[in-house]
Design a protein. Structure first.
Lengths: 395, 720
C-alpha cells in the first residue's frame, strides 16, 4: 500500500548544527499523504529540532526538504565541504586530467549552492508562480467553453479573484505546528478570534464576515462554542487552550500538521480528549501529521509509522506494528523495555535493557548507515550488525 | 502498631482566595506503612500536592487548616512549631518537587546545593542521636533496676556503662572500616571502568590516572580491611608507579599498564569480597581484654570475640534487658487497662454539656495519665498516645472558640447580606461580595472531641487484646539493635570531602555523566531532565525516612523515567524508605505503588492495594482514569472524561464526579457516598456499591485490559 501513496514530505540528509553541536545529523525520512508519522526519542535527541527545521524556524545546515514535490529548505554545508575537499586536493594534485575533474566538481557544487540558496529563499514564490500558471490554464479552458458574454465576464471576475489568492499563497502555510505548551504559545493580549484569524489576515483576507465564519467553524470543529471567540486565553483551561492552538493551525487548511508533544503538558483526562480530537480531525480533513512525543504508548496508539531518534541520528524507522514486534536497534529495545504499563504484576518484574552506545557498537572501522532489513524497516547499522539482525530474524 | 510511619487523619485544608474559600482537601485519611510506597493518583486540582505540602508544612500563607491530624513519630505535624519542623523537613521527610526550575537556587553551584543538607544536618543528627541513645539507655537502666530490685543496682549500672562504652567504640572502628571500604569499592569501579575503556581503545590520560589510583590506594588502609594485604598493596602500588613512569603517550604501549591495572583489580576484588567483621563483638573484646590479639584473621577473630562477649557480658545483659522490657511492658499495660474505664467516663462527660474549666481539668489529668502509660522502651513511638494531649486540648479549645464566635459570625453575615440587598434594591451596582460565613455546628465540634477519645480507646483496646502474642525475646533484640543503630549515628560525622564524595556518587546514581566536572556547575548549565535529577539527588542526600515525590518524572522521557524509578525503588529497599508518590501516570503507579489512593476534588474516592485498583477497580472515576490513556494494545477510540474538574470554591453537592460521570445515579447529585468496603484493603466511595444500586457494567476497555493482563501473566508463568 505504501508504494502507491503519494509522498507529501521528504526529508533528505537533514543536518542542523548549532555551532559544534550536531542537533540533527544526516536524518532522512518521508511522510506519505494521510499518515501519522511518530518521532520518538529522549529529550535532547533532536526530535523538536527536526520539526522546527521542517517549518523553517531554523535555517538548516545541510540537506534538503521537499514538500509536495517542491524543495522548501536546503542547506549548503555538504556542497561547501565538497568544494573545500576538492580545492585542498587541487593544491597538491599534479595530474592535469584530475585537476580538470576537480574544477568541474567545484563548478557543479557552486551551482548547487546557488540553486539551494534560491530554492530556500524563493520556494514560496516559485510555488505561487506554479499555482498562478495552473489557475490561468484552468480558466483559459473554461473561458474558451464559455458561450455568452455574461458568463465570460463572470468567469473573468472569478479568475481575477482566484489569481489574487494564488499569488498570495505561501507553500509554507500548508505546514502548521501545534506547540507543547498551550500557555506559552498563545498571546495573552489577543482574543481567541484574533488568535485564530491571524493567519488568515496575514494571508490578505479582508472579508470580516468570511473570517468570522471560518473562526466559528474552527471553534466548533475543535469542540468549543462560538461564544468563546471573544474571550482571552487566560479564561480557558489547559485542554481548551490546546484546542485553541489546534484551531489556529487548522484554520490555514494545512496539509501537514507538526504536533510537537501536544499532550505532554496536559492533565490525564484532557490528554485523551486532545488525542481523540486530533484523530477526528485527521479523518475529517485528511490531515497528515508528524507527531513528536516521548510517550510511547500514545505514539503507538496514534501513528502508523515511527522513527526512533538517538543523539541526532535516526536509528530505526518502521511501521508501528513491525517496530514493536521486531525492535532491532539496541536503543529501540531499551526504549521499549522502559515503557511503564498500568499492570502492577508485570510491571514489578520488568527488566529494563540498558543501552550503552560504547558497549553495543563497534564503529571504529565499519561506519554505520541506514539499511533496510525488512521491507519498510530501516535500521542504522554497519555490515556486521546487518548480518546479525538478519540472522535473528531468520533471513 | 508501629506499622504505620505516617498517619493522616481527617485532614481538611482550604485556601482563602479573592473569590471565596477554595476547599482543596476535604476530609481525607490514609496511612503510610513503614517501608512501603503509597501512591496518590488524580488530576491536577484534586488536592494531591496540597496534601503533600501539608505533610511538609510548606503550605502557602493563605491556607486554612480546618481540621485533622498528621501523625509522625509521636508528633502531630499540623500543630508543632516551625523550629520543630526544621528538624523534620528535608531530614526525616524529604520531597522531590515537580518543577526543577523553581526548586534550585540559580546562583549556587549544584555541588553545594546537594551537600548543603548533609553538612548542615550532620551536627544536629549526631546531637539528636546522642540524646536518644542516652535517654533510652537511662530508661532501660531504670526499668532493669526496678525489675530486679535494689540489690542488683550496682551490677546493672556497671553493665550499662560498659555497654555504652563499647557500643560507641565499636562504631568508631566500624566508621573507619566503612570509610576505607567505600574508598576501595570506588577504586575498584574506577579500575573496571579504566580497563573497559582501554579495551575499547579510547584515549585516556593514562599517566595522570595511574598516579591518581596510586594515591587512592593509600587511602584504603584500615587495620581490619587490609589485614594481611599490606605487602601486596605495596607491591601493586609499586607496580602502578613503575607503569606510570614507563608509559610514553606517543608510543602508547599499554601491556605494562594493563598488567598493573589487572593486578590492582584482582587485589581490590579480594579485599572487597572479604567477610565483614562484627565490630560490636570486637569492640567489647578490645575493651574487655587489653591484650586482645586483633591481628587474627577476621573470621577467627569474630569467633573469639563472640565467645568473650557472650561469656562475660551479653548473656547476662540480654537476660536483664529482656526482664526490663517485660517489666516495662507489663507496667504500661496495667496502666493502660486502668485508663480504659476513665476514657469511657470522659466520653460520657463530653457527650453532655460541659464547662470550660472542667473540660480543661479533665483533659489535663487524662493526658497526664495516658502519657504515663506509654511504654518508654518502645522506641517506635506510639503516635496516637503521644499526640493525645495536643489533639484533645485543641479540639476543646476549638469547641469553646466557635461556640462563642458562631453567633457573631451569623450576625455579621446577616448584617452584610442585608446591606447588600438593600443597596441592590435601591438600584445600585454592588461590586463587593459578602464573605461566606464560617460556622461550625456544636454537634460537629463535639464529634471532633469524641472522635479523639474513641480513637484512643480503640487503639488501647487493640493494644490490650494483642497482649498474649508479644514476643519479648524479639523485642529485646530489636531494642539492642536500635541502640546499635543510634550509636552508629552518634559516631557518623560528615566532613566536607565525605559529603562531596557522597554527592558525586549520588549524581552518578541518578544518571548524571561526568559528575566530577558537573559538580561545580550552575543549574542553568543543565537541561530540564538533568535538573530534575539533581533535585532528586538533593532529596536523597539527607537520608530521609519518608520521601514525598510530587510528579518527579513527569518532565522526563521514558528511559530516564524508568531509571529514576528504579533508583527510588532501590533506595526504598536499601534504606527502608517510605514513599508517598504523587502522579497521574498510571503506568508509573503500577511500577511503584504498594497502596493507591485515587483522589478527586479533594476527597479520596478509592483506596486499595495496587492489585485492587488495577485488577478490580470499582469507582467510575478510576475506570475513567484507567481507560482514558492508551496502552500498547489499545486500538479503539479512547474513553475521554468529558468536561473539566469542578471549581472547588463552590464544591458540588453530593458526589463531585457526578457531573462528568456517565454512570451517575440520582442520589449522586444529592448526597456524598460513604466508603463502601470491597475487601479488607479495598474501599471505594461510590453509590454503585450500595446493595440497592443498579448493576453497572465495567467499561469494555478495562475488562479487556484486565483479561489481557491475566493472559499475559499466565503466559509468562508458562514461559518460566
Amino acid at each position: 500500500m505504501s508504494e502507491q501513496q503519494e509522498v507529501l514530505l521528504r526529508v533528505e540528509n537533514l543536518c542542523q548544527y548549532f555551532g559544534p553541536t550536531k542537533a540533527v545529523d544526516n536524518v532522512s525520512f518521508d511522510i506519505k499523504k494521510g499518515e501519522v508519522f511518530g518521532l520518538v526519542g529522549e529529550s535532547g535527541c533532536g526530535k523538536t529540532t527536526t520539526g522546527r527545521s521542517i517549518i523553517k524556524i531554523y535555517d538548516i545546515t545541510s540537506g534538503s526538504i521537499y514538500f509536495k514535490g517542491q524543495r522548501i529548505c536546503a542547506g549548503t554545508k555538504s556542497y561547501r565541504d565538497a568544494i573545500k575537499e576538492a580545492k585542498k586536493e587541487k593544491r597538491t594534485c599534479k595530474d592535469d586530467k584530475r585537476i580538470a575533474e576537480l574544477n568541474e566538481i567545484i563548478a557543479d557544487n557552486q551551482a548547487e549552492i546557488k540553486k539551494a540558496k534560491f530554492d530556500h529563499k524563493h520556494s514560496d514564490h516559485e510555488y505561487a508562480k506554479r499555482l498562478v500558471a495552473e489557475t490561468k490554464e484552468k480558466y483559459a479552458k473554461k473561458l474558451e467553453q464559455a458561450t455568452s458574454e455574461t458568463e465570460t465576464k463572470a468567469l473573468q471576475k472569478e479568475m481575477k479573484d482566484a489569481l489574487r489568492v494564488a499569488k498570495k499563497t505561501k507553500l509554507i502555510t500548508k505546514i502548521q505546528m501545534i506547540f507543547q505548551d498551550p500557555i506559552a504559545s498563545l498571546d495573552p493580549r489577543m482574543t481567541v478570534r484574533e488568535i485564530i484569524s491571524e493567519g488568515l489576515v496575514i494571508n490578505g483576507i479582508k472579508d470580516k464576515e468570511y473570517i468570522d465564519k471560518r473562526v466559528y467553524e474552527m471553534l466548533e470543529l475543535v469542540g468549543l462554542v462560538r461564544e468563546h471567540a471573544g474571550r482571552y486565553p487566560h479564561e480557558f483551561s489547559g485542554g481548551q487552550r490546546q484546542r485553541i492552538g489546534i484551531a489556529r493551525s487548522v484554520v490555514m487548511e494545512p496539509e501537514l500538521l507538526i504536533a510537537d508533544e501536544p499532550i505532554s503538558a496536559l492533565d490525564v483526562s484532557i490528554q485523551a480528549q486532545v488525542i481523540n480530537l486530533l484523530n477526528e480531525l485527521r479523518e475529517r480533513l485528511g490531515l497528515t501529521i508528524l507527531f513528536i512525543a516521548h510517550d510511547l504508548s500514545v505514539v503507538k496508539y496514534f501513528s502508523g509509522r515511527i522513527g526512533v531518534m538517538y543523539y541526532g541520528n535516526m536509528v530505526e524507522l518502521a511501521e508501528t506494528e513491525e517496530l514493536f514486534a521486531h525492535p532491532m536497534h539496541p536503543y529501540t529495545r531499551s526504549l521499549l523495555s522502559a515503557i511503564p504499563l498500568p499492570d502492577p504484576r508485570t510491571e514489578k518484574q520488568r527488566v529494563r535493557i540498558i543501552y550503552n552506545p560504547l558497549a553495543s557498537h563497534d564503529y571504529s572501522v565499519d561506519k554505520p548507515s541506514m539499511r533496510e532489513i525488512l521491507p519498510g524497516h530501516f535500521v542504522r547499522c554497519n555490515d556486521a550488525e546487518e548480518q546479525q539482525y538478519k540472522k535473528e530474524l531468520g533471513l | 502498631m508501629g506499622n504505620n510511619i505516617l498517619e493522616v487523619k481527617n485532614l481538611k485544608v482550604s485556601f482563602r482566595t479573592q473569590a471565596g474559600t477554595l476547599k482543596a482537601v476535604r476530609d481525607i485519611s490514609f496511612d503510610l506503612k513503614r517501608g512501603k510506597t503509597m501512591a496518590i493518583v488524580g488530576e491536577s486540582g484534586s488536592g494531591k500536592s496540597v496534601t503533600a505540602k501539608a505533610i511538609l508544612g510548606i503550605l502557602a500563607g493563605n491556607t486554612i487548616i480546618e481540621g485533622g491530624e498528621i501523625l509522625y513519630d509521636g508528633k502531630d505535624l499540623l500543630k508543632i512549631t516551625e523550629e520543630d519542623f526544621h528538624n523534620i523537613r528535608g531530614d526525616k521527610i524529604s520531597m522531590i518537587f515537580q518543577d526543577p526550575l523553581s526548586s534550585l537556587d540559580p546562583i549556587v553551584k549544584i555541588g553545594r546545593q546537594i551537600t548543603e543538607a548533609m553538612l548542615l544536618k550532620s551536627g544536629t543528627n549526631r546531637r539528636e542521636a546522642k540524646k536518644e541513645f542516652n535517654g533510652r539507655l537511662a530508661t532501660l537502666k531504670k526499668e532493669m533496676i526496678e525489675a530486679q530490685g535494689k540489690e542488683h543496682e550496682t551490677e546493672i549500672k556497671g553493665m550499662v556503662k560498659v555497654f555504652d562504652k563499647f557500643c560507641i567504640e565499636a562504631n568508631h572502628l566500624e566508621a573507619a572500616y566503612n570509610n576505607a571500604y567505600t574508598n576501595a569499592a570506588d577504586l575498584l569501579s574506577y579500575t573496571e571502568d579504566f580497563l573497559f575503556k582501554l579495551d575499547k581503545k579510547q584515549r585516556l590520560d593514562v599517566k595522570g590516572l595511574l598516579r591518581d589510583y596510586r594515591k587512592r590506594l593509600g587511602k584504603i588502609k584500615d587495620p581490619f580491611l587490609t589485614k594481611g594485604f599490606d605487602s601486596r598493596i605495596e607491591d601493586v602500588a609499586a607496580g602502578l608507579s613503575k607503569a606510570a613512569l614507563g608509559y610514553n603517550a606517543k608510543q602508547n604501549e599499554l601491556t605494562e599498564v594493563t598488567a598493573a591495572m589487572k593486578d590492582l583489580e584482582a587485589l581490590l576484588n579480594e579485599i572487597t569480597t572479604q567477610q565483614r567483621p562484627n565490630f560490636f563483638r570486637i569492640g567489647f573484646y578490645k575493651l574487655y581484654d587489653p591484650n586482645a590479639n586483633l591481628d587474627l584473621p577476621n573470621a577467627e577473630l569474630d569467633e573469639v570475640a563472640l565467645k568473650v562477649l557472650n561469656e562475660n557480658f551479653m548473656d547476662r545483659f540480654f537476660a536483664l534487658t529482656k526482664e526490663g522490657v517485660t517489666y516495662s511492658y507489663r507496667q504500661a499495660l496495667e496502666r493502660k487497662k486502668a485508663i480504659m474505664p476513665k476514657l469511657s467516663e470522659a466520653r460520657a462527660f463530653f457527650s453532655t454539656d460541659f464547662s470550660k474549666a472542667e473540660a480543661n481539668k479533665l483533659c489535663k489529668s487524662l493526658s497526664t495519665e495516658i502519657e504515663a502509660s506509654i511504654d518508654q522502651l518502645e522506641y517506635i513511638k506510639d503516635s496516637t498516645a503521644y499526640t493525645f494531649r495536643s489533639s484533645l486540648s485543641n479540639a476543646i479549645e476549638k469547641y469553646f472558640f466557635y461556640l462563642k464566635r458562631n453567633p457573631k459570625e451569623e450576625a455579621r453575615f446577616e448584617r452584610q447580606t442585608k446591606r447588600r440587598e438593600a443597596l441592590i434594591a435601591r438600584g445600585k451596582t454592588v461590586t463587593w461580595k459578602v464573605v461566606p460565613k464560617v460556622v461550625y455546628e456544636k454537634d460537629e465540634l463535639r464529634a471532633n472531641i469524641l472522635k479523639i477519645i474513641d480513637r484512643m480507646e480503640e487503639h488501647y483496646g487493640a493494644y490490650i487484646a494483642a497482649d498474649s502474642s508479644i514476643d519479648f525475646e524479639q523485642r529485646s533484640v530489636a531494642l539492642i539493635d536500635h541502640f546499635k543503630e543510634k550509636a552508629s549515628e552518634v559516631v557518623y560525622r560528615v566532613t566536607k570531602s565525605m559529603a562531596k564524595e557522597k554527592a558525586i556518587k549520588l549524581m552518578e546514581e541518578v544518571g548524571i555523566h561526568e559528575p566530577r566536572l558537573r559538580y561545580n556547575q550552575y543549574p542553568f548549565e543543565f537541561s530540564g531532565g538533568m535538573r530534575q535529577r539533581i533535585v532528586i539527588a538533593i532529596a536523597l542526600a539527607a537520608n530521609p525516612d519518608i520521601l514525598i515525590c510530587d510528579e518527579p518524572t513527569t518532565a522526563l522521557d521514558v528511559t530516564i523515567q524508568s531509571q529514576i524509578l528504579e533508583l527510588i525503588n532501590k533506595l526504598k529497599e536499601e534504606r527502608g524508605l517510605s514513599i508517598i508518590f504523587i502522579t497521574h501516570d498510571l503506568g508509573v503507579v503500577a511500577n511503584m505503588a504498594d497502596d493507591i489512593a485515587v483522589m478527586y476534588a479533594g476527597k479520596i474516592v478509592e483506596y486499595g492495594t495496587a492489585d485492587d485498583i488495577f485488577y478490580d477497580p470499582r469507582h467510575p472515576y478510576t475506570w475513567a482514569l484507567l481507560s482514558s490513556m492508551p496502552d500498547l494494545d489499545t486500538k479503539d477510540k479512547l474513553d475521554a472524561i468529558p468536561g473539566t474538574p469542578p471549581n472547588m470554591i463552590y464544591p458540588p453537592k453530593g458526589d463531585a464526579f457526578a457531573a462528568r460521570n456517565k454512570y451517575a445515579l440520582k442520589i449522586d447529585y444529592e448526597e456524598h457516598p460513604p466508603f463502601f468496603k470491597v475487601s479488607d484493603t479495598h474501599y471505594a466511595a461510590t453509590w454503585l456499591l450500595h446493595p440497592d444500586a443498579p448493576k453497572v457494567e465495567v467499561p469494555k476497555a478495562i475488562t479487556d485490559r484486565i483479561r489481557r493482563m491475566n493472559e499475559k501473566l499466565e503466559g509468562g508463568a508458562k514461559d518460566v
